[in-house]
Write a new protein. Structure first.
Length: 270
């Protein structure tokens, strides 16, 4: 009888120990599990709520469990590389706080240009990295149309678009840029009439001054639609073509040729 009671006592103690150990292990596991996810967007970036929702959405599609998983089993570097593969994010860092929450710090990709190339439309950042243009997603940045390759890339136009944005006159005047090649970057004014050939990305301030000169001294008398192209690409001269290619002999500005590269406005001083 004593042995039977002792046996039951030992069994009860063992059962209690197992239950206690299981509860303790569960508690310890809970202490070391991921409690949740906090997303922080770098300061100075607009639309941070959109970026935050985007990060959460991509983490939910991550093939491995995050929330509730044991922290030592979560590879933060792997998670960072996964999130960096998406074009919307320029930089991602992941770490755990002392309270067991995953901290995801995000630097969103910042578009600088909207590119239209043949049938394609996309954004690029300062380094030329493409950002997919999605329906319903619009960023107010300069628009550039053209055809690009390894020798003439969309980001090669950035010096011109940045110069336009920094100049009060050009920023009001120019509606978009048409890039026909590295030596033929055209500015398309918001008003109908003509396009402006800025040439390459060199001597931008000088070209701007040449354009101002023809605007002040010629166009007020000839009209905005007298010429289809005004070129300031050449040093020391303004080159233009008339919209009407028929010869005209009684005009203030005389053209010897109608080809854009050969017709000049000699009375405009640069």
């Amino acid at each position: 009888m004593v042995k039977k009671i002792l046996g039951w006592t030992i069994l009860t103690l063992l059962t209690g120990y197992v239950v206690f150990a299981a509860i303790w292990a569960h508690g310890e596991a809970a202490k070391n599990s991921c409690k949740g996810i906090d997303v922080q967007i770098s300061e100075g970036y607009a639309a941070d709520s959109i970026s935050r929702k985007g990060v959460i959405a991509e983490i939910k599609r991550y093939p491995e469990r995050i929330v509730g998983a044991q922290i030592p089993t979560i590879d933060t570097k792997k998670l960072e590389n996964y999130l960096k593969s998406f074009p919307q994010f320029e930089d991602i860092t992941c770490s755990f706080s002392t309270d067991g929450r995953l901290k995801v710090r995000v630097t969103p990709m910042v578009p600088e240009l909207r590119i239209f190339e043949d049938t394609l439309s996309y954004y690029i950042n300062k380094d030329g990295k493409r950002i997919v243009s999605k329906a319903g997603y619009f960023v107010d940045v300069p628009v550039v149309s053209g055809r690009f390759n390894d020798k003439f890339r969309p980001q090669d136009v950035l010096p011109v678009t940045r110069f336009i944005a920094s100049d009060p006159l050009l920023s009001r005047l120019v509606g978009m840029v048409r890039a026909e090649g590295p030596d033929n970057i055209l500015l398309v004014p918001r008003i109908n009439g003509h396009v402006i050939n800025f040439g390459d990305t060199a001597r931008l301030a000088e070209k701007r001054d040449a354009l101002v000169a023809i605007y002040r001294r010629v166009l007020p008398y000839k009209g905005w639609e007298e010429y289809d192209t005004i070129s300031v690409k050449f040093r020391g001269q303004v080159v233009a073509t008339r919209r009407n290619k028929a010869p005209r002999h009684n005009t203030v500005v005389e053209f010897e040729e109608t080809d854009m590269e050969e017709s000049t406005l000699p009375e405009v001083e640069i």
